[in-house]
Design a protein around this ligand. Structure first.
Ligand code: BLA
Length: 331
């Protein structure tokens, strides 16, 4: 089954001149957040939601563990204004002795706020990849927060035990507060861990506060793992980490659900460059396999990569792991 890259709702909120009501969010409560009254409701503008606190926290917290060094990506990627002339993209990138790339991209506009934050370990470490992806538009928030497993948690029980068993209570706490977001591209599930937070919600002060504390706790948990990690010296294990990370980068640079929006924001050429050389940088350096080598099911009749986002289709109406992090599946 194929499906459009993004809903007409999201397209209209970006492409058309935004209707004032589409740019606001129902909100009731007292806060310092920017709000205005319309027809008796307190409305919170999308542009009043900011992911800056998330970035500030993560950089300050990382510095408590390790020196944050500038990344070579900084020179080329810092900020951009989208084709609409008002939406702003901000990029930050660093490295540390154990982190190959620590980077964030935030998108700030009247119709959307986005954070894409990731930490990619050096190949000597089999650490999970930290992944915080938050998309906020007028009517919805789409959230993925996870310590994405580098190796398969189903076939590699040792990997699940090493990194996730002790984090299950943390995962359970937040997956109750931020419930499963419903069906998603089935291929994605293999890139997710048993503690993944995949959720959708309408904006409210309390939901955004929960999301912030989930991000803080997940990032702290990841930093602790990084601190304790022992670097691998066996060349075959380093190679296996390298290939697993390359496969992950190859998948996301080609099929991440945010691509359509990114292309509309900055045009196809710049979007491709940003994806391959900033967001998922390492594709050209960590390995030489192609997308079709890793995912041959995407071959199309003319020998190119199928444009479908998913070959299997959407699945997983409910959370497919039990409280012990065992896959139960419920496609
Ligand atoms: C939607 N983003 C989604 C969805 C997921 C993710 C699961 C639901 C749609 C689907 O089923 O695929 C996120 N999927 C991920 C992540 C991984 C994965 C993080 O496999 C990691 C392995 N989202 C962003 C950014 C933008 C963005 C940077 O992170 C925009 C620039 C937008 N995400 C975005 C939009 C949608 C979406 C617009 C709705 C698109 C749609 O449903 O077609």
């Amino acid at each position: 089954m194929d499906f459009p890259s993004s809903s007409s709702l999201l397209r209209s909120s970006f492409m058309l001149k935004p209707h004032p009501e589409l740019m606001t969010i129902n909100f009731s409560g007292n806060s310092h957040w920017s709000k205005r009254k319309t027809r008796g409701h307190c409305l919170l503008r999308v542009s009043a939601i900011s992911y800056q606190d998330f970035i500030d926290f993560s950089l300050n917290e990382t510095k408590r563990y390790t020196p944050l060094l500038p990344s070579p990506l900084q020179e080329k990627y810092s900020s951009m204004i989208a084709l609409d002339g008002q939406t702003r993209l901000e990029m930050l990138s660093f490295e540390t002795p154990r982190i190959r790339v620590l980077r964030s991209m935030s998108i700030m506009g009247e119709a959307m706020q986005v954070l894409d934050f990731a930490a990619f370990p050096k190949p000597e470490f089999d650490l999970p990849i930290f992944c915080g992806n938050f998309f906020t538009a007028a009517n919805t928030n789409i959230v993925v927060l996870d310590l994405n497993p580098l190796h398969d948690v189903i076939s590699r029980r040792d990997y699940k035990e090493k990194y996730y068993d002790h984090l299950m209570p943390l995962g359970l706490k937040y997956t109750e507060l931020l419930p499963w977001g419903g069906k998603l591209t089935s291929e994605s599930i293999k890139f997710f861990s048993p503690i993944v937070i995949w959720t959708k919600f309408s904006s409210s002060k309390s939901k955004h506060e929960i999301l912030y504390s989930a991000f803080v706790e997940y990032y702290k948990a990841w930093l602790e793992l990084m601190e304790q990690a022992v670097d691998e010296t066996d060349p075959s294990r380093i190679m296996s980490n390298l290939e697993a990370q390359h496969r992950y980068l190859t998948w996301r640079a080609e099929k991440d659900p945010g691509h359509g929006l990114l292309k509309r924001l900055i045009g196809e050429k710049l979007a491709k460059d940003l994806l391959r050389n900033f967001l998922f940088s390492g594709i050209d350096e960590l390995g030489s396999k192609t997308f079709l080598d890793y995912f041959p099911e995407y071959w199309s009749d003319d020998g190119t990569i199928s444009e479908k986002r998913s070959i299997i289709g959407k699945g997983f109406e409910n959370r497919p792991w039990d409280k012990n992090g065992e896959i139960v599946g419920n496609d």
